[in-house]
Write a protein that binds this ligand. Structure first.
Ligand SMILES: Nc1ncnc2c1ncn2[C@@H]1O[C@H](COP(=O)(O)OP(=O)(O)O)[C@@H](O)[C@H]1O
Ligand SMILES: N[C@@H](CCC(=O)OP(=O)(O)O)C(=O)O
Length: 368
């Protein structure tokens, strides 16, 4: 079975106590990822460490406190991290991509869709996406602030099956095991609310170079499981545990996902979007979408109503104007005026540039 996995690795796993890279751990992580990919899994790596590694390169002995200094350190560290990943993945003939995101990028519908399309294209190309927060430009109100939350939002965006949060403890405990050696291990959480009953203490900001501590991992698990993504907190030193967890072993702390009625994006399209245009489809396109689960191609559009931009929500209707579905368009109404009724292969000649093959991709389409 091939799954889509988001693997988040924290600063505490990637670096040693002096802030330098923990190369053995990183190499083990990369070998695990390469093996998992060879088994057919799609993987996104969310990697922290830019601030910590940059600070170490600049000779700082503690995590920078001011925002400007953190952003400067991240700008130094991000390049170093990507160089190391690229070097090691290259040994396995695995191309990598850097994706830097801020919260605004996933809150805004247009950039959310663009990010989604980019991930899909990278998967198609066999490239390994490596994500971090865009620390150098993120301002307070547009920050995830921690990569645990970012990884959960990415997992929800790409409809991942699993989110693995790799850290420097083997699992969640009833309290910080460093301070409370008697803390009880927690193996399985069916519902996030159960953590309250278990009176789990998550302490403060985490280890010296990390940011979130356990609190943000639990918040991430809540977002991910709410979007139907199975979540596990496990030890970054032993990335091989990921495969064992996939085989059903009770390692780390595992969070049961809520039932997946429809994915987050489709819920947004069905209930949150306001349709600003109407596409009238021919009978073939109506059938392909209603019963065939297909994407809408330009050739199936008979008429366009309304003015809209690419990434707006539109109604898809049959010839009588009855709504059969809703979706997010990849083209503006002006572009569609030129390509409607034509084959996707003609788009480049008609528009002068190559856009998406589909007008509404089936992942961005919900039947009414
Ligand atoms: N209830 C808890 N169970 C396990 N670890 C906890 C708990 N509360 C706090 N922690 C601390 O959280 C730390 C991991 O958080 P953090 O340093 O932010 O990791 P990362 O860099 O991997 O994101 C652990 O080293 C541990 O000391
Ligand atoms: N974007 C930051 C990540 C901050 C963060 O969440 O760190 P961690 O708690 O170690 O996952 C960096 O690369 O340093």
């Amino acid at each position: 079975m091939s799954d889509t996995l988001v693997i988040k690795v924290g600063t505490s796993s990637l670096t040693r106590s002096d802030g330098r890279l923990a190369l053995a751990t990183i190499a083990a992580l990369i070998e695990t990822i390469v093996d998992l990919r060879a088994q057919g899994h799609q993987i996104v790596l969310v990697s922290s460490g830019a601030v910590g590694v940059g600070a170490a390169r600049l000779g700082m002995t503690e995590r920078p406190k001011t925002i400007a200094l953190k952003q400067a350190a991240a700008a130094v560290g991000q390049g170093i991290i990507m160089r190391v990943y690229d070097d090691l993945f290259r040994e396995h003939q695995q191309p990598v991509a850097q994706i830097l995101l801020t919260r605004g990028d996933l809150d805004r519908r247009s950039s959310y869709i663009n990010a989604y399309n980019t991930f899909q294209e990278l998967f198609r190309l066999g490239v390994m996406p490596i994500v971090n927060e865009n620390d150098t430009v993120a301002v307070d109100e547009l920050k995830f602030g921690d990569n645990d939350t970012l990884s959960a939002r990415v997992a929800s965006l790409i409809d991942a099956d699993w989110l693995f949060l790799l850290t420097d403890v083997d699992r969640l405990y009833s309290a910080d095991p460093r301070k409370f050696p008697d803390a009880q291990p927690i193996v399985q959480i069916e519902r996030i609310e159960d953590l309250t009953a278990l009176q789990v203490q998550t302490g403060g900001a985490g280890s010296e170079w990390g940011t979130g501590g356990m609190a943000t991992k639990i918040a991430a698990a809540a977002i991910a499981t709410g979007a139907g993504v199975k979540t596990a907190i496990t030890h970054g030193k032993f990335p091989q545990y990921i495969e064992r967890i996939l085989h059903g072993e009770p390692l780390g702390t595992q969070f049961t996902p809520q039932l997946r009625a429809a994915n987050a994006r489709k819920r947004w399209i069905a209930h949150g979007s306001i349709a600003v245009g109407k596409l009238y489809l021919d009978a073939g396109a109506v059938a392909a979408i209603s019963t065939g689960g297909k994407s809408l191609l330009p050739v199936g559009i008979a008429r366009i109503e309304g003015e809209f931009e690419a990434t707006d929500a539109v109604q898809l209707c049959d010839a009588s104007g009855k709504e059969i579905a809703r979706g997010i368009v990849n083209y503006s109404s002006h572009e569609l005026d030129r390509i409607q009724g034509h084959r996707s292969t003609d788009i480049i000649d008609l528009l002068g540039y190559l856009g998406e093959e589909t007008v509404v991709h089936r992942d961005n389409l919900v039947l009414s």
